[in-house]
Ligand binder design. Sequence first.
Ligand code: EPZ
Length: 416
Amino acid sequence: MSKIIVKGPVKLKGEVQISGSKNAALPILIGTVLVEGESIITNVPNLTDIVTTIRLLRSLGLKADFANNTVKVWGSNDIRHVAPYELITNMRASFLVAGPILARVGFAKVPYPGGCSIGSRPVDIHLKGFEAFGVDIRVEHGFVILKAKHKIKGTKFALDFPSVGATENLMMFASLAEGTTVLKNVAREPEIVDLADFLNAAGADVSGAGSDVITIHGVPKLQTVKHSVIPDRIEAATFICAAGITNSDIIISHIKLEHIQDIVKIVKKIGLNIEIIDKTAIRVMPGDKEYKPVNLKTEPYPGFSTDMQALIMSFLVMVNGKSIITENIFENRFMHVMELNRMGANIEVDGNKAIVHGVNKLSSTTVKMPDLRGGAALLIAALAAEGETTLYNIHHIMRGYESIKEKMQALGVEIA
Ligand code: EPZ
């Protein structure tokens, strides 16, 4: 099992540059399937999930190069309609290929994506949306088989829940449909807006992204496009919480300030000092009063992001008093709790609520990363724990954090 060893407690110092957003880059790269011509995507983070996505594009018959955080994709004129099993099942976001393949070829065969550690993660909203367009759907031998019986026409569809993935899949699919599509109760995350910006840069006509209604006027084709991916707001939140738990004074740059308002509001409520340098950088400093516990509920954007839940929990484990964190988005996203408690935290789980009782210190031990953000939470806690903490299963954080070891070392962390 791949591992890292972190020596704590440590005070971070200096500046960290945030990479491009994984959750924006993945749908945008998959969206290149829609583009006849060349797509140049910049500010793409170098992550295992990105490499998987590029392998997926190549398996569909496209050509793709990835160097210096830039992905070039071309050759989409002869797309295979079957997505490979092993790539879809080891990265759920791959199910997003269904919409683009269907829009280009009229037929798609995509393995049913498995759940993962944080929940069953069904795709029923995606499939209901495709059916609203008149797409014929069958599930056979673990594959979802989608067939457009006729030329796809725009439609109206309201999502049962503002699913990020379903919003992305249906928005991409509708971009090449004839006529107008109105999607209601859609996800409003910044990554949805970035995907819409990419589609429009390629000649699509998508409006309303970021609100709960997206209108798409279909166009005959999407053409050569150049697009830069937005900064990763979850990575920024990770370093804010790392600074918080270690009482550090650091600069976090290459961010988009408007995308981190939720986490900034919460850490200021706890007691951190945040100085806004400009729209692309903040300075995080220790507060001058005792930190206060907070109660939080994860909600669809612009509510508090589920991806930040484990990160803020780590910061709160050493804040005196009782904080209550309610996870409303995924049914099993507290697997980091057990490992944090093994480091000396005092957290109880009651259904979808985690009650965090502040402790004065954490002690080093050996822990296993349970998933991407839970792993990041354990890394944050290890920075404050006394002694050397060994963290196993670091492949989880390699999926979502570019050069995380080097970034931590540059901030003064002894990490090997
Ligand atoms: C995206 O996942 C993100 N992944 C997740 O980030 C993020 O946690 C999630 O959105 C919520 O913000 C990427 O963007 C690649 P959803 P996605 O569809 O699209 C249920 C990370 O850490 N649901 O909004 O899969 C689902 O089970 C990852 O970077 C249905 O019931 O999330 C879940 O409970 C983890 N039916 C809730 O909705 C459906 O058809 C939110 O799922 C689809 C979803």
